[in-house]
Ligand binder design. Structure first.
Ligand code: GRG
Length: 281
């Protein structure tokens, strides 16, 4: 995965070197690569060529990295630590970080639209549409907007669930469905992947909320305690630590059961579901 990301972030133009350097800084040498892993493992269920899966995996990681760069900006979360090192706007400057994020987002679609990703134009169109929907105003950007507007507002579980399904769940969902799009999944398989994604997406967010309360900055690799400081309702503030942990475990068991149509071939996806709630960063 690192080699694929590195190869696609190659700079041919001397004049635009700085923005490429900032894009490389934002993408390489850190991160769990959860979304790429999900693309590669779901594609494996359908015998998709690894090279094709890796390109789609890179595209979703580019969108994810752009979202982190923009989320860390002073106008949004105003963070100076990400993946254990200075955020992009600290390492470069704000304007360069904004441009690097913009360029990562557009590069993702350039990669998906290339025939190397799939020889079938209908598959490429489906991937582009699915990623655009997941990343845009009806997905991740919409979730971020609700999040920005939700500080110090009275929010219950339904509101928090919707916010998180959009903000973090949408890209995780795309990552799980992408393997099926590449591999021509049938309706049952598509539904199974979609349900699995919904469960792990919520579990991922609960685990993130728990890390924000219980983790320490050096292990988590980013600032902690930020939700409480900003007066944001989270799964943990609403349910308490114990109930939140129980809900995450129940979601993981449900996610694992969703993979029944794939039998033992999906064991790695069952493992990653468990990792999502036991991770330390
Ligand atoms: C700025 C359009 C825009 C959207 C931002 C995803 C997001 C929306 C903001 C990220 C802020 C955040 C910390 C959200 C909590 C969940 C999350 C996405 C954590 C980071 O993902 P990981 O843990 O990160 O997969 P790594 O570094 O491992 O890739």
């Amino acid at each position: 995965m690192e080699n694929t990301l590195d190869g696609l972030l190659h700079c041919a133009e001397e004049a635009t070197g700085t923005v490429f350097s900032a894009m490389r800084y934002a993408c390489l040498g850190g991160g769990k690569r959860l979304r790429p892993f999900l693309v590669i493992e779901t594609a494996r269920l359908f015998g998709v060529a690894p090279r094709q899966a890796e390109r789609v995996a890179a595209a979703v990681e580019f969108v994810h990295c752009y979202s982190l760069v923009h989320d860390d900006l002073p106008a949004m979360d105003d963070d100076d630590l990400r993946r254990g090192r200075p955020t992009a706007h600290i390492a470069y400057d704000e304007a360069t970080a904004i441009l690097a994020g913009d360029a990562l987002l557009t590069l993702a679609f350039e990669v998906l639209a290339d025939p190397e990703t799939s020889p079938d134009p209908a598959v490429r169109c489906s991937l582009v549409t699915a990623l655009a929907t997941a990343a845009g105003a009806s997905g991740m950007v919409g979730g971020q907007m609700i999040d920005l507007e939700s500080e110090h507002k009275d929010q219950g579980l339904p509101e928090i669930t919707l916010l998180q399904q959009l903000k973090t769940g949408a890209l995780i969902s795309f990552s799980c469905k992408a393997g099926g799009i590449l591999g021509g999944a049938n309706a049952t398989e598509t539904a199974a992947l979609s349900d699995y994604a919904m469960d792990i997406g919520l579990a991922f967010q609960i685990a993130d909320d728990l890390l924000d309360v219980e983790g320490d900055e050096s292990t988590v690799g980013k600032g902690v305690g930020k939700d409480a400081a900003a007066g944001k309702a989270t799964f943990v503030s609403l349910l308490g630590v114990e109930q939140a942990r129980a809900k995450a475990s129940a979601l993981i068991e449900s996610a694992q059961a969703r993979l029944e149509p794939f039998g033992a071939r999906a064991d790695m996806l069952r493992e990653v579901a468990r990792f999502i709630v036991t991770r330390e960063n």
